[in-house]
Design a binder for this molecule. Structure first.
Ligand code: NAI
Length: 348
């Protein structure tokens, strides 16, 4: 079922084919230097198999960075299934993917990603034990979103301390883009911390509920990035920081949960030039993988372990911002360098 592909940037890459169930996909292990490669399983329609391969290669590399930045003993991996989750997903197909993952003997751990549900993960878990993010079981970690939101808030405090000399978020005006799993929890935490909220989502019902619950002001989704606010928190989709939006941003700081917020690497420098403090997304949103890691690593005292690591996110962000200020480069450049050093140090 697995065909190994030779791709020099990654440790192991496999094509997954199972004619009987119609399964087609890829599993990529970018690095196992810090520990077993961990990262979610995504199912979506791709224009071509090459596009799916490119996605899994990029995403698995991103997981190496995210896991290293979170200080976890985990490497980076990812898996994709080519197909429409609404039409093509069957229990047999998921179980075939489970068998493929099991063949790797724990070098790759999977979890939920786009197009997958906890029920799908349970189906996969019938074939392999290398599945995290489950709802049930001794070390089950469930929905990572509340922990992700706590990590984003912790990172935000590090940014606030640097910009305004205090990590107190009370009275700070935060523009939250996206009120889904993470965005809603972030609004809750910020509201409890006394922040003033402006919120936007393409789902009008979510906007109405969140605005009512937290006394937030509502803003159109296409203008939320440009409002006058202290902090912009992208919690919806990737690529929102780009050549068009960056000149319009009026917030002093950007810190949110969305993956791949920068449209291109140059956008980090565009933000630096504009004097906007951008907190690297893969550091700020590490809470989600920390939550999953507690399950993979069979941590018994999960609450304390997770809290310690969220504090570490804050300390790491503080360190990144201090070094970035000292060298007059973007925090993103520092974070990337720190991760590369961590990966190399372990390799040596
Ligand atoms: P979600 O799907 O629950 O929420 C996303 C929300 O954004 C939805 O309410 C959607 O209607 C809204 N949205 C979509 N396009 C929008 C637009 N153009 N403008 C405004 N709102 C828009 O997703 P979730 O789980 O809250 O994740 C949010 C982001 O954080 C994603 O980029 C995800 O990859 C990332 N992330 C999530 C983690 C988690 O623990 N759930 C962990 C790490 C990253």
């Amino acid at each position: 079922m697995l065909t190994r592909l030779s791709i020099s940037s990654h440790e192991e890459v496999y094509r997954v084919d199972d004619a009987e169930t119609g399964l087609r996909g890829f599993i990529a292990l970018h690095s196992t230097r810090l520990g077993p490669a961990a990262g979610g399983l995504r199912m979506r329609v791709y224009d071509s198999d090459d596009a799916a391969l490119e996605d899994v290669l990029n995403l698995s590399r991103g997981m190496s960075y995210k896991n290293a930045a979170a200080g976890l003993p985990l490497g980076g991996g990812k898996a994709v299934i080519v197909g429409d989750p609404a039409a093509d997903k069957t229990p047999a197909l998921l179980r075939a993917m489970g068998r493929a993952i099991d063949t790797l003997g724990g070098r790759y751990w999977t979890a939920e990603d786009m197009g997958m549900s906890p029920a799908d993960m349970a189906e996969i878990a019938r074939e392999t034990r290398y599945v995290a993010g489950r709802d049930q079981g001794r070390h089950a970690s469930g929905d990572p979103s509340p922990v992700t939101a706590r990590g984003v808030a912790a990172a935000m405090r590090a940014g606030a301390a640097r910009l305004w000399g205090s990590d107190d978020l009370s009275g700070r005006h935060v523009a939250v883009q996206g009120l889904g799993h993470v965005g809603w929890h972030l609004c809750r935490i910020l509201h409890e911390a006394g922040a003033r909220l402006s919120v936007a989502d393409t789902d009008a019902a979510r906007v109405a509920t969140t605005a009512r619950e937290f006394g937030a002001q509502t803003v159109a989704p296409d203008t939320i990035h440009a409002i006058e606010a202290d902090i912009l928190a992208p919690c919806a989709i990737g690529g929102v920081l780009n050549a068009e939006t960056i000149p319009e941003i009026r917030a002093r700081m950007i810190c949110g949960a969305a993956n791949n917020q920068l449209s291109t690497p140059q956008d980090a420098d565009r933000l630096l030039t504009r004097g906007i403090l951008y907190l690297p997304d893969y550091v700020a949103n590490g809470g989600g993988i920390i939550n999953v890691a507690a399950e993979i690593l069979h941590i018994e005292d999960r609450a304390a372990w997770v809290s310690e690591r969220l504090e570490a996110i804050r300390a790491r962000m503080d360190d990144i911002l201090t070094r970035a200020a000292g060298e007059a480069v973007s925090p993103n450049a520092i974070a990337d360098r720190m991760v590369k050093e961590a990966l190399l140090a372990r390799a040596g």
